[in-house]
Design a protein around this ligand. Structure first.
Ligand code: ADP
Ligand code: MG
Length: 270
């Protein structure tokens, strides 16, 4: 089983990209699962056609440690993709990172993902907290992809995630598979992302254009693959899935110092 994770700053396009890649994997005939690890709970919306109605933590609260069945937390999405949302604490109460730990432990105990080909964890990455590091730390995910645009704060989060990967790669199996560029139409964005990837020891595995078809598909609660399968954008997501599938260049990243990162962004920004 391939166990991958998408990390990145909030709002950068992780869930959209993850859902399209899961859809592309399922088109390739693979049994795919997507696990949302973000208290927003919306990772699998485009695959389910609605916001997940029952997260793992919803059920944990309801049952108070009692029995939970796999079928109660694994929801069937587009083309048979298995969709799971870890969930989060009630707003203002408790710790979201802790919630992810509880949810992933429950999922493991239920052996709900033992028979699939590819598991994709979609994880919020601008919070440097143990819970969000868990998929890396405990080996739930072995191949990490960082979603980033060319904006400084997105690269800053990406660099911090690389620091987390480096820390846990030393004793575990986790490696960085590459940077997924998701365009915000910043000048020289592709070149900047390529250079950033190179400096931290990896590669830009995809550069996804910013396109209104993503927005149209989102309004219709679908991935681009499902909503507009013949568009160039759908092709970009399919190519990314194929490139992840065949990727063998997995590295322990070498994160940058903040001043170096700042300088890099400045250099490409003019
Ligand atoms: P995250 O999961 O990182 O918080 P989302 O996947 O929810 O981010 O994306 C945030 C917003 O950006 C969504 O409205 C989504 O439709 C939009 N978006 C993501 N990628 C693209 C793209 N390549 N082109 C246009 N809009 C995009
Ligand atoms: Mg998301």
């Amino acid at each position: 089983m391939k166990k991958i994770a998408f990390y990145g700053k909030g709002g950068i396009g992780k869930s959209t990209t993850a859902s399209n890649v899961s859809a592309a994997f399922s088109e390739m005939g693979k049994r795919a699962a997507q696990i949302g690890c973000d208290p927003k709970n919306d990772s699998t919306r485009l695959l389910l056609g609605h916001i997940c109605r029952q997260t793992v933590l919803d059920l944990e609260r309801e049952r108070r440690g009692g029995e939970i069945l796999a079928e109660e937390i694994v929801h069937e999405g587009w083309n048979g993709i298995r969709c799971i949302e870890a969930g989060g604490p009630e707003p203002g109460v408790g710790c979201a990172g802790r919630g992810i730990i509880v949810a992933l432990q429950r999922l493991k105990a239920l052996k709900a993902l033992d028979d699939i080909d590819v598991a994709l964890y979609d994880v919020l990455g601008d919070v440097v907290c143990g819970g969000f590091a868990l998929p890396i730390r405990e080996g739930y995910a072995e191949e990490i992809y960082i979603v980033s645009s060319g904006e400084l704060m997105s690269l800053y989060a990406a660099n911090n995630i690389a620091k987390g990967i480096r820390k846990f790669a030393v004793r575990g199996r986790v490696k960085l598979g590459g940077i997924i560029g998701n365009s915000r139409n910043v000048p020289m964005e592709k070149e900047l992302l390529e250079e950033f990837a190179k400096r931290i020891g990896t590669k830009l595995i995809a550069f996804i254009p910013r396109d209104n078809i993503v927005h149209d598909a989102e309004i219709h609660r679908q991935t681009v693959i499902a909503y507009a399968p013949d568009t160039a954008q759908a092709g970009v997501y399919r190519k990314l899935a194929a490139d992840i599938d065949s990727n063998t260049e997995l590295v322990v990243p070498e994160p940058m110092e903040f001043e170096e990162l700042e300088g890099l962004v400045e250099q490409y920004g003019n």
